[in-house]
Write a protein that binds this ligand. Structure first.
Ligand SMILES: Cc1cc2nc3c(=O)[nH]c(=O)nc-3n(C[C@H](O)[C@H](O)[C@H](O)COP(=O)(O)OP(=O)(O)OC[C@H]3O[C@@H](n4cnc5c(N)ncnc54)[C@H](O)[C@@H]3O)c2cc1C
Length: 537
């Protein structure tokens, strides 16, 4: 057999997945002459407005070597089927670790670290301050309806971490064996297999919640223990080595009894607490763990009618039941990076959510369900914020912005809002258009309270984006602020061992460590740690 790859094989919208016939036609072969056909990647190609199509990269075998002619020759290359495996990581099994591991944080990073450490023979206790996803869902609904905020169980905290009530985009900027493993694991946990091959996979919060239950069951089957309602409160470090952790039972019962902290011995601690666990940074700094300030981005969310985005991105008359709701990626073409504005974490057909992690603060984000069939598109429009000169300068800036937003919104989680048109004219609106934000809006002039430099860059950004998507200004609504794009602090680690640079036995993972961003890359960080670990005793 002879193996070939074919790139950018066009397939009509309504023929999604019907690759064999399309390939045979393209290469002038009989469909029966193609063996072992596999899709490696596919994407929606919407470069020709009004006529988008699917574009597939495939690998296949034929009995005899052959040459394609004409256009088809451009997409065809000879290939081999060698695949990378986790064991081919050059650092696999090179990091000594105690056989029992305590993991803190049941977000993507902590869950995947637990799964893969258990599969490699470690024993694991996983501590999560929040609740199992079903109970967490009830707390979130109560928060949206009655504004009763639970600081341990909310849109950011609880089983699944910040990833659970998210847009459920499973994009990664660069795919590698760790992220591939995460996507394949997800398929084993019941997610549709397209996530492995689609260039921009999305599953939505409804599917994520179902998957989390399967992961919980698998961790239990492998002998791991998950302790919900249990927060890490302190760590003891002696001679540069982690030796004990202090845990608090934060369930309402124990809080009522004012009870339940305990110290316990710990030789290997994996911190996967996400970038919203600000108390963890403060604790680590107080215990002498090396931290550093890092660059991040801050701005606002904008909402638009989804039909506006569909029309501009896909063209007229396209059936979005076949393509899915359209998305955008926008950036100002400025050379000075710190004054540029760009879109981030866009949610087609999604809704806005308040995602505070501390009482008295307000931040927005976007989420969606698997069908992405809402009438509104939302996206963050953010501006880079350089690393601060002090470790906590960026975090303080985030916190101050969120506190100011809470005040401007009337201290009950209503969000400050302004149409883009009024923002550019520097005045508050008399009437605001409808929004998907669940806790109400308060009309304001963003220039009065949001950082001026950010406002200026946003204004330039909106002018530029309106040239790319006419109507972006006229039909856009700003809901603010968007502060949680990535961590403003990094827990400095050795990038091979993932261990803190000055505290042995402390492994730091995921978005909170400042080395990943997003669901898949954070989970991949957990896989990376497990693959590199080896039992030391
Ligand atoms: C609304 C929203 C939408 C998003 N949409 C997307 C998207 O579509 N695609 C995407 O890739 N990314 C998205 N993200 C980002 C993504 O969710 C994060 O990048 C990812 O969840 C980070 O994973 P993590 O495991 O590092 O941390 P987290 O998911 O933040 O998990 C950390 C966990 O640690 C727990 N914890 C913290 N402190 C303690 C403590 N002291 N004791 C015990 N437990 C503790 C927290 O309760 C939390 O459950 C979104 C985020 C939000 C908020």
């Amino acid at each position: 057999m002879f193996t070939y790859r074919y790139r950018e094989l066009p397939v009509a919208l309504e023929k999604k997945g019907e690759v064999r016939n399309a390939l045979a036609r393209e290469l002038r072969l009989n469909p029966e002459e193609i063996f072992n056909l596999e899709v490696e990647r596919f994407a929606l190609d919407s470069r020709r407005k009004g006529a988008p199509h699917w574009s597939y990269n495939v690998i296949f075998d034929v009995e005899h070597p052959f040459r394609a002619s004409g256009n088809a020759a451009r997409g065809l290359i000879e290939a081999t089927r060698e695949r990378e495996t986790l064991e081919s990581d050059p650092l696999a099994g090179s990091v000594p670790m105690a056989s029992h591991v305590d993991i803190v944080g049941a977000g993507p990073a902590g869950l995947w670290a637990a799964l893969h450490l258990l599969r490699r023979g470690f024993t694991v206790d996983l501590y999560e301050q929040g609740k199992p996803v079903e109970e967490r869902f009830r707390d979130i609904r109560r928060f949206f309806a009655d504004r009763i905020f639970n600081e341990h169980s909310n849109v950011l905290f609880g089983e699944g971490g910040a990833g659970a009530f998210s847009d459920g985009k499973l994009n990664t900027r660069s795919r590698n064996i760790f992220s591939e493993t995460v996507l394949r694991d997800m398929v084993d946990f019941g997610v549709d297999s397209h996530v492995v091959t689609f260039a921009k996979p999305h599953i939505g919060t409804d599917r994520l919640v179902l998957m989390l239950r399967q992961i919980r069951a698998e961790i239990a089957r492998l002998g791991g223990k998950i302790h919900f309602n249990t927060a890490l409160e302190d760590v003891e470090i002696k001679d540069g080595r982690i030796c004990a952790i202090k845990l608090r039972d934060v369930s309402s019962v124990s809080q009522a009894l004012n009870s339940a902290t305990r110290w316990q011995k710990c030789e290997a601690l994996v911190l996967a607490t996400g970038h919203s666990a600000r108390g963890i940074y403060e604790l680590l700094a107080a215990r002498g763990v090396t931290l550093e300030s890092k660059a991040f981005a801050m701005g606002v969310r904008v909402e638009h009618p989804q039909t506006l985005i569909n029309l501009k991105q896909l063209g007229k008359g396209v059936d979005t039941r076949l393509t899915g709701a359209a998305e955008y990626f926008l950036a100002t073409p400025t050379l000075n990076k710190t004054s540029s504005a760009y879109s981030f974490c866009m949610c087609p057909g999604g809704v806005l959510v308040p995602c505070a992690s501390e009482p008295g603060t307000l931040a927005t984000n976007g989420m969606s369900y698997s069908r992405r069939n809402g009438h509104t598109a939302n996206g963050a429009i953010v501006v880079p914020v350089e690393a601060s000169e002090t470790t906590f300068g960026g975090l303080d800036f985030q916190r101050k912005t969120e506190r100011d937003a809470f005040e401007v919104g009337g201290k009950a989680y209503a969000a400050p809002a302004q149409t883009i048109k009024s923002f550019l004219a520097h005045h508050a609106d008399k009437n605001l258009p409808k929004s998907t934000y669940p806790c109400g809006l308060v009309a304001c002039n963003m220039w009065d309270w949001l950082d001026k430099k950010i406002c200026k860059s946003l204004a330039e950004g909106f002018q530029n984006f309106d040239r790319k998507i006419p109507g972006f200004i006229e039909q856009g609504l700003i809901v603010a602020p968007e502060t949680r794009t990535s961590s403003p602090v990094r827990i400095t680690r050795n990038n091979d061992t993932l261990e803190s640079v000055n505290t042995q036995g402390l492994f730091v993972l995921g978005e909170g460590a400042g080395y990943s961003g997003g669901i898949v890359t954070s989970a991949a960080d957990g896989v990376r740690l497990a693959v590199r670990a080896k039992i030391s005793k």
